[in-house]
Design a protein around this ligand. Structure first.
Ligand code: AMP
Ligand code: TRP
Length: 334
C-alpha cells in the first residue's frame, strides 16, 4: 500500500537534536521512499497559540523550511508548505471543534504542561490546538503520521475525531483513521542538563539542547558541559534506568549511528564519560555540521525558500480545498 504521510513542525525557532532524531530524520527516510506521498507542514497557526514576535515568526517559518531541506527532504518530491496559507485548516478545525468533546481535550497532558500553573491565562488556542492538528492530518487523508513520543496523545485525539465524525454523519471511511509512526527507540531525547526533562525549544538554558544551527564549537562545548554522573559507563542496559543522563547520551550516540542501545553499551562499557564524549562529539559534528552549514546557506537565499512554499502551498491547497468542500457538504452547508 502507498503511504500518505503528513507531519508538522512549529516554526518557533531553536529546532534541536530532539526534533531531528524524534521527527525530521524519519521525515527524510519516509520522503525518500518512492512509494510514499509525503506532506510536511510548517504549522504557523499552531505557533501563535503562544505569543510570537511577527518579524521573528516570518524568519522562523523560512528557517523551518531551510531545516527540512538541509536535513535531506527533497522539496520537488515532497510537499513542503505553511499552514496559514491553506485556509481549509482553520475551517476544518472549527468544524472538528464541534465534533470533539470537552472531556477529550481536558485529558491532554501537553496543555497542562504548557499552560502550567496559570491555566486561566493560557490562550483558548493553546487548549484547542489538538483539534487543529486533527484538521491538518484529516484534510489530507494521511495514513501515517511520523511524530515524537510527546504527540502520541494528540494523534489518538485525531483518530477519535475522525471516528466520531464518520459515525455522527454516517460516512463510513470518509475521514481516514491515521496511524502514528513513532520511533521504537529514541523517540524522546532529553535535556543535556537534566536527563529527566525533554529536550525543548522553550527551555531557557541553551546548554540544555543542541540546536540544528549550532556550529562545531558550540557542539563541542555543549557536550563537554553535558551533565553526567561519576560512574564509568555500565555493561548492563538495566542500570541505565537509574542513570538518565548516561542513558540519554548513549541513546543520542546510538540514534545518530543507527545502532541499538545494546550495541553502544557493549562498545563503551567500563569506559569513562570523557572518552565517550569524544566519540559522541565526533558523530554529532559529522552529522550536524553539514546540516547547520546548509541551513545558513539556504537562509541567505530567501527567494528560493519562498518559492518552495509558494509551490507547496499551491499543491496542498489543491488537496485540502477538495476535502473541505466535501466536509462542508456532509455537515449541510452549501
Ligand atoms: P515541535 O517542536 O513541538 O513542533 O515538535 C516537532 C516534532 O519534534 C514533533 O514530532 C515532536 O514530537 C518532536 N520532538 C520535539 N521534541 C522532541 C524530543 N525532545 N525528543 C524527540 N522528539 C521530539
Ligand atoms: N503539534 C505538533 C507539535 O507540536 C505539530 C503538528 C501540528 C503536527 N500539526 C501536526 C504533527 C500534524 C503531526 C501532524 O509537535
Amino acid at each position: 500500500m502507498n503511504k500518505k504521510i503528513f507531519s508538522g513542525v512549529q516554526p518557533t525557532g531553536n529546532l534541536h537534536l530532539g526534533n531531528y532524531l524524534g521527527a525530521i530524520k524519519n521525515f527524510v527516510e519516509l520522503g525518500n521512499d518512492r512509494n510514499n506521498h509525503c506532506i510536511y507542514c510548517v504549522v504557523d497557526l499552531h505557533a501563535i497559540t503562544v505569543k510570537q514576535d511577527p518579524k521573528l515568526l516570518t524568519e522562523n517559518i523560512r528557517e523551518t523550511v531551510a531545516t527540512f531541506v538541509a536535513s535531506g527532504i527533497d522539496p520537488e518530491k515532497n510537499i513542503i508548505f505553511n499552514q496559514s496559507r491553506v485556509s481549509a485548516h482553520a475551517e476544518a478545525a472549527w468544524i472538528f471543534s464541534c465534533v470533539a468533546r470537552m472531556g477529550w481535550l481536558n485529558r491532554m497532558t501537553q496543555f497542562k504542561e504548557k499552560a502550567g500553573k496559570d491555566k486561566e491565562k493560557a490562550s483558548v488556542g493553546l487548549y484547542s490546538y489538538p483539534v487543529l492538528m486533527a484538521a491538518d492530518i484529516l484534510l489530507y487523508d494521511a495514513t501515517h503520521v511520523p511524530v515524537g513520543e510527546d504527540q502520541k496523545q494528540h494523534l489518538e485525539l485525531s483518530r477519535d475525531i475522525a471516528q466520531k465524525f464518520n459515525n455522527d454523519f454516517q460516512q463510513e471511511n470518509f475521514l481516514k483513521i491515521p496511524e502514528p509512526l513513532i520511533q521504537k527507540e529514541f523517540s524522546r531525547i532529553m535535556s543535556l542538563r537534566d536527563g529527566t526533562k525533554k529536550m525543548s525549544k522553550s527551555e531557557v538554558s541553551d546548554l540544555s539542547r543542541i540546536n540544528l544551527t549550532d556550529n562545531k564549537d558550540a557542539i563541542i562545548s555543549k557536550i563537554k558541559k553535558a551533565k553526567t554522573d561519576p560512574m564509568p559507563l555500565p555493561a548492563d542496559i538495566k542500570e541505565l534506568d537509574k542513570r538518565p543522563e548516561a542513558k540519554n547520551l548513549l541513546s543520542i550516540y546510538s540514534s545518530l549511528n543507527d545502532v541499538t542501545l545494546e550495541k553502544t553499551i557493549s562498545q563503551f562499557s567500563g569506559k569513562n564519560f570523557s572518552e565517550f564524549k569524544e566519540s559522541l562529539i565526533q558523530v554529532l559534528v559529522d552529522k550536524l555540521d553539514p546540516i547547520s552549514g546548509e541551513i545558513n546557506k539556504l537562509m541567505s537565499n530567501k527567494d528560493y525558500l519562498d518559492r518552495i512554499l509558494d509551490l507547496g502551498c499551491e499543491k496542498a491547497n489543491n488537496i485540502a480545498s477538495e476535502k473541505i468542500k466535501k466536509i462542508k457538504q456532509i455537515v449541510g452547508f452549501n
